[in-house]
Design a protein around this ligand. Structure first.
Ligand SMILES: Cc1cc2nc3c(=O)[nH]c(=O)nc-3n(C[C@H](O)[C@H](O)[C@H](O)COP(=O)(O)OP(=O)(O)OC[C@H]3O[C@@H](n4cnc5c(N)ncnc54)[C@H](O)[C@@H]3O)c2cc1C
Length: 409
């Protein structure tokens, strides 16, 4: 499999690397320490970068059927850019104003009119954010447990419920003119088929941010609790069809399919963090006069050399799985299994690598003098959101063994 990208794509990756070095690393510690403050200079600067990326992305959309332009390189390029940005700072990368996961859901199942209304002019004005809210106080992994309700009242939907741990929720609804895609049920007794995504725009009466979480890692990213009390939105803000049908790809299933593109992206962000940690360890060792002897016979290698080489191999394996999942998506192939493999593998690898890097540098690794201890905290989220390690392993097992979600859960 060839993962080389066009010259234009490589330029964009180099620009992401420059943004990571010049705009993210210098403020990384500050916005980790000052959780809940907003780096507006960074937002404004990245807003311009995102605009440019958006325009450029349109030229990377050649479909698999388009023989002249060849397969798209869009997802692979996004992953490579995100590795660079997360190398700069994972929390700040998650804070970059853009349509986010909510935008991906609209792209996946929105009507042309919805795409135009919510995404068409997204980049016209001041920085804004999109987000997606599935998780509720009583569930995370088991998304069929959605208890937030949506009731049709004339030409509006009335939403009631609580959503927790919504990335960029406060920035989307309070700090900008953005939107959140909220999952709600039309009829709890009908299970998954009745769960539909709804676009809730900023400024909707009855929508409040009741809390913003204090977190272990990715502290620059806002993670909000959203309260919906008789929140009224227009009838045509539902994503997919209003009818409750057991089969079909609109609504719930369609939005679930957005994870096929976003799971490799989560993997790529973790890989960026772990790469940062590994590079720092190697630089620190080099300053102490310790170079890794790649050419030495394994029996002659020190434990330290073996550990570093082993981590490099794990990181490269995670990266290759991630590239494969992206490449399949860009070719228009179904990649659900590979997307979960990429995320599960990267989650385990980057958690291990960042912890091991802290361990190798001892007290220096553990101190806040370096960013290493922060990267260890930032890496763990790779294993939690957008399907935990265990949930992605379940998806892989079901896919290999041919079981349905009710047969293997
Ligand atoms: C920083 C952060 C940002 C987030 N952003 C968003 C967001 O933007 N939007 C959103 O909707 N949600 C978001 N989430 C929520 C996240 O997706 C959930 O935390 C995640 O899905 C896990 O759900 P849970 O926390 O309820 O854990 P649970 O589902 O209760 O799981 C607890 C543990 O049990 C394991 N487990 C659960 N079921 C099984 C099973 N069947 N077999 C084996 N093991 C199992 C899990 O792997 C986990 O280890 C975010 C979370 C965090 C921490």
């Amino acid at each position: 499999m060839d993962f080389s990208l066009s010259e234009e794509a490589q330029k964009r990756i180099a620009m992401s690397r420059m943004a990571a070095e010049a705009m993210m690393r210098p403020i990384s510690r500050q916005f980790d320490e000052e959780e809940h403050t907003d780096p507006w200079d960074f937002f404004n600067a990245m807003w311009e970068v995102s605009k440019g990326n958006q325009q450029a992305a349109e030229s990377f959309t050649g479909s698999k059927k388009d023989k002249k332009s060849g397969p798209s390189e869009r997802t692979l390029l996004a992953c490579m850019q995100i590795e660079e940005l997360a190398w700069g700072d994972a929390g700040l990368y998650l804070s970059i104003p853009n349509p986010g996961l909510g935008g991906a859901a609209i792209q996946a199942v929105g009507t042309p009119e919805q795409k135009q209304r919510f995404l068409g002019n997204f980049y016209d004005d001041k920085p804004r954010w999109g987000a997606m809210a599935i998780t509720e106080p009583h569930f995370g992994s088991d998304s069929k447990q959605v208890a937030t309700t949506a009731v049709r009242d004339g030409d509006e939907w009335v939403l009631n419920g609580t959503k927790i741990f919504c990335t960029a929720g406060e920035r989307a609804l309070v700090k900008s003119d953005g939107f959140v895609v909220v999952w709600a049920t039309l009829d709890k007794s009908r299970g998954r088929a009745a769960i539909k995504p709804f676009i809730v725009p900023a400024g909707t009466p009855g929508v409040e941010i009741s809390k913003v979480e204090d977190k272990h890692g990715i502290r620059a990213s806002d993670t909000a609790v959203i309260q919906l009390d008789d929140a009224r939105i227009p009838a045509d803000n539902i994503l997919g069809k209003e009818e409750i049908v057991e089969k079909g790809t609109s609504g719930f299933k369609g939005v679930m399919a957005t994870f096929d593109s976003t799971r490799p992206i989560v993997a790529a962000s973790g890989i960026g963090v772990a790469r940062a940690a590994l590079e720092l360890v190697k630089e620190t060792l080099a300053e102490a006069g310790i170079e890794i002897r790649y050419e030495a016979h394994p029996k002659q290698m020190t434990v330290l050399e073996k550990e570093v080489i082993d981590m490099e191999a794990q990181l490269q394996a995670a990266r290759l799985l991630t590239y494969k999942a992206c490449n399949m998506m860009d070719r228009g192939e179904r990649n659900s299994r590979e997307a979960s493999m990429a995320k599960a593998n990267a989650g385990a690898a980057v958690t291990h690598i960042t912890q091991k890097c802290v361990e190798l540098l001892g007290p220096l690794g553990y101190s806040r003098k370096l960013l290493l201890e922060k990267w260890m905290r930032d890496a763990k989220i790779t294993d939690i959101y957008e399907g935990t390690q265990q949930i992605n392993q379940l998806i892989i097992a079901r896919s290999i063994l041919g079981y349905s979600s009710s047969e293997l859960n």
